[in-house]
Write a protein of this length. Structure first.
Length: 274
């Protein structure tokens, strides 16, 4: 499935960049994907709100690749109803071995929802950490122009969890953060937050405060995908006008939490991520 295949996202791209493998860049977020029920509605919404364009992936009409200009940004897959999957944005992390990563997750109390499955030129799996936050892993080639992807829209992802330091131990061991190898991510502490850096850039943050049994999914542990926009008030207005919901935003604030018409939550931020 295209939403589980970061490398297939721009297989027909004309970006003149060498292919990067998860053997050399691992542990960092490498792709984000939306699982939805209505592909046409999702396309219309994200075109209006984030200015994306779309093209059909190699796997058929249920799948789309979103582009910001010429840069592939994310995958969309209309499989939520077919496979009884949650409507959600999910980050994928690059790993050298999907099998070994799944095994480490299980040993540490994580669960496996899907995979590992082969999606040439790589393998993917959908997992959840021991607090229930869903995430994906990818082994294989990364999207051509991966650095451009990283800077284009999903500037960072943020884990809202019960205990940031406990979560950092889980992900650090599962994804081999701070392992000391070339291309490995660096883990730093910024007050009560855990900060993940890759190639000198902040690519993920983890912070405490989520409630494991909360009825509100925005309060339960989850990974939140962040996109940057040039005009936040216009983005918020477009979301409202096209069937989305504004979960959290105050006039003058640089960040807003929105949901699309199908209920998938994401964050938009004016300017660079912090």
């Amino acid at each position: 499935m295209n939403h589980m295949n970061p490398a297939s996202a721009d297989s027909d791209s004309t970006l003149p960049h060498a292919v990067v493998s998860t053997d050399s860049v691992f542990g960092a977020p490498c792709w984000v994907s939306l699982t939805t029920r209505d592909l046409e509605a999702a396309e219309a919404f994200y075109t209006a709100v984030l200015g994306w364009t779309f093209r059909t992936g190699r796997l058929g009409e249920r799948f789309r690749t979103a582009l910001a200009g010429d840069v592939p940004v994310a995958g969309l897959a209309a499989v939520a109803s077919v496979y009884r999957m949650a409507v959600a944005w999910t980050p994928y992390f690059a790993v050298p071995s999907a099998d070994e990563t799944v095994a480490r997750s299980r040993e540490r109390g994580g669960t496996t929802a899907v995979g590992p499955l082969a999606f040439p030129p790589g393998r993917a799996a959908l997992l959840a950490d021991r607090d229930g936050a869903a995430f994906g892993i990818w082994e294989g080639q990364l999207a051509t122009g991966w650095e451009e992807w990283r800077k284009a829209a999903p500037v960072s992802v943020r884990l809202h969890t019960r205990d940031a330091f406990d979560a950092a131990i889980f992900y650090g061991e599962v994804l081999q953060w701070a392992g000391g190898g070339e291309g490995c991510c660096e883990v730093q502490y910024d007050g009560a937050e855990v900060v993940l850096r890759s190639g000198g850039e902040t690519v993920a943050r983890i912070h405490s405060g989520a409630l494991g049994q909360a009825p509100d999914p925005t309060i339960r542990p989850h990974w939140q995908v962040h996109f940057t926009v040039d005009d936040l008030p216009a983005c918020v207005a477009a979301a409202r006008a096209h069937g989305g919901t504004v979960v959290r935003w105050e006039e003058g604030a640089r960040e807003a939490v929105l949901t699309d018409p199908d209920g998938a939550s994401f964050t938009v931020r004016e300017g660079a991520a912090e």
